[in-house]
Design a binder for this molecule. Structure first.
Ligand code: G16
Length: 546
């Protein structure tokens, strides 16, 4: 069987590539201004069909979202059959297809992929796809569907869904009827699975004070609303920032990225949140979660991905011990360079901790090395992975006391509560609520597990972020040459100083992170480093970070 070239060309011509642009499938797929993504979406449609054929017709997922990015951006990423990120070697194929200038180049690239990956075109293909609430979504979906049509496929359109729901669906569809069956392949099926596990885990615990959720005016709003109907009284939720139809509202002065980066309350919550009350923020596609609270003096306190990791990892270690499985199930934590130094210290004194580069796929793979791998980026992306052998151990373990039996059941229920395919803000939120209920913690006690070192994140707009190359899990720069030595000279002048620089994979900026023992010093260090980065990139002195 050969490629239907006439049909492909007919559709290809409808989606011309902007001639001057180059696209790159990065840590979160393709992501840029929605206005230039039409050709990319069409080509991703074709690629998804090929990926499915390569995997004997297993269902491939496609999510159209730009997550935390501003509303005018959009993006697309592929999801492999077990609900995990696209296999790394195919990221290159995605970029090659996206960058082919002429139809001839495109066909050549397609044929090369088919040959090099040994795809049999006669194999069936299945694709399921969804989008977030961005106004550019419908047009991009149409371009993507043209890609499917060009290959003679009608995919399964899941409409507007969160990224983690799409990942969940992919795993459910591909495991249906097998012994690894993951759940019912619908959003309501997922909500039932989460709420049922949650109810078992908090049975007998007092009903907590209402939890405020800042839904970032994105797709998390309707999903949290649906979840709320299944949770009923067990967890009262107050969903705010749910204006998915208001132009310009998405991620604007709200959402997990805003809270983490500015280290303050979304202004829309300031008249609502009472001292001591728990609140959390989701991001634009509901795969990041950040908690926070105000103390009695109305002071804002952030409970970010690092604090979630510390809370959850300690709880799981306790359960493993209480279930009589210490030494059989090992628990480990994976972080990135953004992890606050105090969190790394706290965790490493209790557990094995690894540091990997930014990007969910790196954390996910590293977490797979533990029986139970807890991974969280400081920005709130994360989940807990239970390895196949841990699942077998839990299923086969015979508890010898009632206390062991209770702990074992809690662990088993946690495996149902936690999304094993990718981090899900809502599933993570339920997991946090379970731990808070079991420990009788308010935000204050949780926060006091350790004290964050003051830190600061700065975005630097540079001429070309691609000149910045890193090593050692992004903790050191290798290029531009000589810049790291200059950074080292600055950093060593600060008590407890640590800083690093890396190019963003999702925005056209370079990111700077700095921490130090004292707040003014962390701020000063971040801006000194940002200034050096800016000088190196040959930027205009008028827009130099100050
Ligand atoms: C994506 C990735 C995350 C990463 C974030 C920021 O998240 O999935 O792993 O931390 O981008 O990446 P960068 O600093 O390279 O821009 P999201 O929530 O935007 O999909």
């Amino acid at each position: 069987m050969s490629l239907p070239l006439d049909t492909i060309q007919k559709h290809f011509d409808l989606h011309p590539k902007p001639s001057t642009l180059q696209f790159q499938y990065g840590t979160a797929g393709f992501r840029t201004s929605a206005s230039v993504l039409d050709s990319v979406l069409f080509r991703v449609g074709i690629l998804a069909v090929l990926r499915s054929k390569k995997l004997d017709g297993k269902t491939i997922g496609v999510m159209i979202t730009a997550s935390h990015n501003p509303e005018p951006d959009n993006g697309v990423k592929l999801v492999d059959p077990r609900g995990e990120m696209l296999e790394a070697s195919w990221e290159h194929h995605a970029s090659t297809l996206a960058n082919a200038d002429t139809f001839g180049d495109f066909v050549e690239a397609l044929e090369l992929i088919i040959k090099s990956t040994k795809i049999e075109l006669s194999k069936p293909a299945r694709v399921v796809y969804a989008r977030d609430t961005r106004p550019s979504g419908p047009a991009l979906i149409a371009a993507f569907e043209d890609g499917l049509k060009a290959m003679g496929l009608k995919g399964r359109d899941e409409g507007v869904k969160t990224t983690p729901v799409l990942h969940y669906l992919v795993r459910c569809i591909n495991t249906k009827g097998t012994k690894e069956e993951y759940g019912e392949d619908s959003e309501t099926g997922y909500m039932m699975k989460l709420s049922s596990a949650f109810k078992k885990l908090v049975a007998g615990k007092p009903i907590p004070q209402p939890l405020i959720i800042d839904c970032a005016n994105g797709v998390g709003g309707p999903t949290a609303e649906l979840l709320s109907t299944y949770l009923g009284e067990t967890l009262p939720l107050i969903n705010l920032n749910t204006a998915t139809k208001t132009l310009g509202a998405l991620n604007n002065a709200c959402g997990a990225d805003f809270v983490k980066t500015t280290q303050r309350l979304p202004p829309s919550l300031s008249s609502v949140l009472k001292p001591g009350q728990r609140a959390c923020s989701l991001d634009g596609d509901a795969d990041r979660l950040i908690y926070y609270y105000l103390d009695e003096r109305n002071q804002f306190h952030l409970l970010d991905g690092d604090k979630i990791a510390a809370l959850v990892a300690a709880f799981i270690v306790e359960l493993v011990k209480s279930a009589g499985l210490e030494g059989t199930i090992d628990v480990g934590v994976v972080q990135t360079a953004y992890a606050n130094g105090a969190s790394t210290k706290y965790l490493s004194e209790r557990l094995p901790v690894r540091c990997v580069p930014t990007g969910v796929k790196y954390l996910h793979h590293a977490a797979e090395h533990y029986s139970v791998g807890v991974y969280f980026e400081a920005n709130g992306h994360g989940t807990v992975l239970f390895s196949p052998s841990a699942m077998e151990t839990l299923a086969g373990h015979i508890p010898s006391t009632p206390a062991q039996s209770t702990a074992l059941n809690h662990l088993i229920n946690l495996t149902h509560l936690v999304n094993q395919t990718v981090g899900d803000a809502l599933s993570d939120m339920l997991m946090v609520e379970v731990v808070l209920a079991h420990k009788s913690y308010s935000g204050i006690e949780w926060d006091s597990l350790y004290s964050d070192l003051p830190n600061r994140l700065v975005r630097v707009v540079v001429k070309d972020r691609n000149i910045f190359k890193t090593e050692d899990a992004e903790r050191r720069l290798v290029s531009p040459q000589g810049l790291q030595a200059k950074l080292d000279d600055v950093i060593k002048k600060y008590d407890g100083g640590r800083a690093f620089v890396r190019p963003s994979g999702t925005e056209d900026v370079v990111r700077v992170y700095a921490e130090a023992t004292l707040r003014p010093q962390a701020d000063e260090l971040a801006f000194k480093v940002a200034g050096l980065v800016y000088d190196q990139s040959g930027g205009d002195p008028l827009t130099r970070p100050k």
